[in-house]
Design a protein around this ligand. Structure first.
Ligand code: FMN
Length: 146
């Protein structure tokens, strides 16, 4: 007898455990119309950015559990700048949503305004309509980060 295939990708794992975890099948897109305040109010629950935690699998789980929007981990604007046009793969892995994510909030951190400008425009260029908003990390008190 052959063993049943084990789920491999984050999406397969989620699908396999969704019923037991009472996760929904659908993800509601973040509202597209109106000003940011009314869109945030309509979304009701947001999943906050957490470095080392909010990877794509975690975001998908939160969205299927009802979060109206989920954030990336914090993303270095210097990583985007020094990665060049084609490099910086590790940095872009933090930014790019998985296929089932209809949209995403991207949090940037850094210290150089020029690099923020460049990163914001490149993130917008790559994500287009799937970019819900860009957030700026205004510092984190966790000792490892300070
Ligand atoms: C492990 C961990 C990592 C975090 N990383 C970030 C981060 O990268 N950027 C950020 O703005 N906040 C970060 N935070 C703060 C959270 O986004 C959130 O604002 C904080 O936990 C307060 O939310 P709460 O009142 O729902 O607990 C982090 C928090 C935790 C626990």
């Amino acid at each position: 007898m052959t063993e049943p295939m084990q789920p491999q990708t984050p999406v397969e794992v989620l699908d396999a455990f969704a019923p037991a975890a009472a996760l929904g099948e659908r993800i509601c897109p973040f509202p597209r119309e109106g000003d940011l305040r009314s869109r945030l109010e309509a979304a009701r629950y947001l999943m906050a950015p957490m470095a080392g935690v909010t990877d794509a699998a975690y975001r998908l789980m939160a969205r299927r559990a009802g979060a109206g929007l989920a954030y990336t981990e914090m993303v270095s604007v210097a990583g985007i700048h020094y990665g060049g046009e084609t490099g910086g793969q590790k940095t872009w892995e933090l930014v790019l949503p998985l296929d089932p994510e209809p949209d995403i909030a991207v949090q940037l951190f850094g210290s150089k305004p020029e690099q923020f400008r460049e990163a914001a425009s490149r993130v917008q260029e790559r994500l287009q309509g799937r970019l819900a908003l860009i957030d700026i990390n205004m510092a984190c008190p966790v000792p490892k980060v300070t």
